[in-house]
Design a protein around this ligand. Structure first.
Ligand code: ADP
Ligand code: ZN
Length: 436
């Protein structure tokens, strides 16, 4: 089934014409409403009149996460505060989160994109759909929720946590579809197995998995253990949230909602656009957004674009699975974590040296994070024989990390000089999860 054949199966010429018109409009809109963009365009000697077709996009400046941080909280917002009806936040590289405001129209577009995705996965009004992404500032929960209501299925806002209760609901209500991170799906499978809930006692048939990278091997494992078919859904808060792109039954890349988000691939070193088929950094321009429209936003996600018709009948450009990042962001239990966030915490504590290591692992299908830090020599000498002081310092560091990272980390305080020194480029992360 296709939710919106007019948009999802448009001819390429029509799509490019629509994109060109929308690009001109959005550039005009930010030029008049966002001083940040007006100044950038003026510096480049550009006016909205210079942007008349989608090919002109390469003339426009890029936007980065740093720009969002520098303009925290509302500097890039284009709509007046009175038009904003929802605000989400995602993690920033240090300190400030990224704030995204949505107008009523934006929420409508998001629900539409979500409805296209869920319909492509085979969900419909007869389904009972559990949303097990976190509800809250994170866009996963509420984003998926709106889409499930839009297609007329019954939404069960399970959120994350309380997995045993959730497992019982899946069995007792005959829940047929689930949206969650792929690693949570595996954790759920394991919990069910422990509880003695078997595949033939449940009716799950569709999984909408995203918010973190996953592999074909994970897909096979989840499908086998939960007895459903798993589909990829991709998105990021800065652009909208989940449903920027979605897989169809062909499962050969994810279709981008190109009438709303224009994709480009660039070489992250030279910033030059790359042709279809070549791997590079994914860049999006929002073509219809009112709250916080962004021009050529650098996602830092690495993938390639696939052109040409798809077996499903949709004509939109597809993106391959995310192969990695062009920055050092980690995704731990679906939460974005930057090593620099840990650094910002470590620097506030005088007992600790500015040297740290993040050790990420996956235990029983749940991501774990351990932060190792070195004590300063003076503090180490003074407390060597007082475990209580060490214990207290660990707790203090763990609490600070939790408030900055939004996830719990184990803390390991180490003697001075014991964290491995790297040759050349310093290594701050050991990721033992096997994603490949
Ligand atoms: P979301 O709420 O959609 O997870 P965030 O802004 O918190 O949004 O995180 C967005 C990032 O999460 C993306 O830039 C990408 O790195 C990662 N991500 C989201 N969906 C997927 C996916 N399906 N596959 C791989 N990575 C994903
Ligand atoms: Zn398709």
């Amino acid at each position: 089934m296709i939710w919106n054949p007019t948009k999802e199966c448009m001819s390429r010429d029509q799509m490019r014409e629509l994109q060109g018109k929308r690009l001109h409009k959005i550039v005009e809109y930010v030029y008049h409403n966002v001083p940040f963009y007006r100044e950038k365009l003026q510096q480049m000697d550009l006016t909205p009149e210079d942007i008349t077709s989608i090919d002109d996009i390469v003339k426009l400046p890029f936007t980065t996460k740093k720009d969002l941080r520098d303009n925290y909280p509302f500097g890039l917002q284009a709509a007046p505060a009175s038009e904003i009806i929802r605000i989400h936040a995602s993690s920033g590289t240090t300190g400030n989160p990224t704030i995204v405001g949505y107008t009523r129209k934006d929420i409508g577009v998001w629900s539409e994109c979500m409805a296209r995705s869920l319909t492509a996965f085979g969900a419909g009004r007869d389904d009972i759909f559990s949303v097990a992404y976190g509800y809250g500032l994170f866009t996963g929960g509420l984003g998926a929720h709106n889409g499930v209501e839009k297609i007329g299925a019954a939404v069960v806002p399970a959120s994350t946590g309380n997995t045993e209760k959730h497992a019982r609901l899946i069995r007792d209500l005959g829940i047929t579809c689930i949206a969650c991170t792929p690693s949570y799906a595996l954790y759920l499978a394991e919990t069910m197995e422990k509880m003695g809930i078997t595949k033939d006692q449940i009716k799950l048939r569709v999984g909408a998995f995203g918010a973190e990278p996953w592999t074909e091997a994970m897909r096979q494992e989840i499908q086998q253990r939960l007895g459903l078919k798993g589909y990829n859904i991709y998105g990021l808060s800065e652009i909208m949230g989940p449903s920027v792109s979605y897989e169809c039954d062909a499962q050969n890349g994810s279709h981008i909602n190109e009438d709303h988000f224009f994709p480009e691939i660039i070489d992250p070193a030279t910033l030059e656009p790359l042709p279809y088929g070549q791997t590079g950094e994914l860049v999006f321009t929002t073509l219809t957004k009112e709250g916080m429209p962004l021009l050529r936003y650098r996602t830092r996600d690495l993938c390639s674009l696939i052109d040409g018709p798809c077996d499903c009948g949709r004509t939109s450009v597809r993106m391959t699975a995310i192969e990695g990042r062009s920055d050092d962001m980690l995704i731990i239990r679906g939460i974005n974590v930057f090593p620099s966030q840990v650094e910002s915490v470590v620097l506030t504590m005088e007992e600790i040296a500015p040297r740290y290591m993040l050790v990420v692992d996956r235990v029983n299908n749940l991501d774990t994070l351990m932060v190792q830090v070195e004590l300063r020599q003076e503090y180490f000498n003074a407390t060597m024989d007082t475990p209580a002081a060490i214990e207290e310092l660990s707790k203090k560091l763990a609490a600070k990390l939790k408030s900055v990272l939004s996830i719990a980390a184990k803390v390991q305080l180490k003697a001075p000089g014991t964290i491995e020194r790297s040759q050349g480029k310093s290594t701050r992360v050991i990721d033992n999860r096997k994603l490949k």
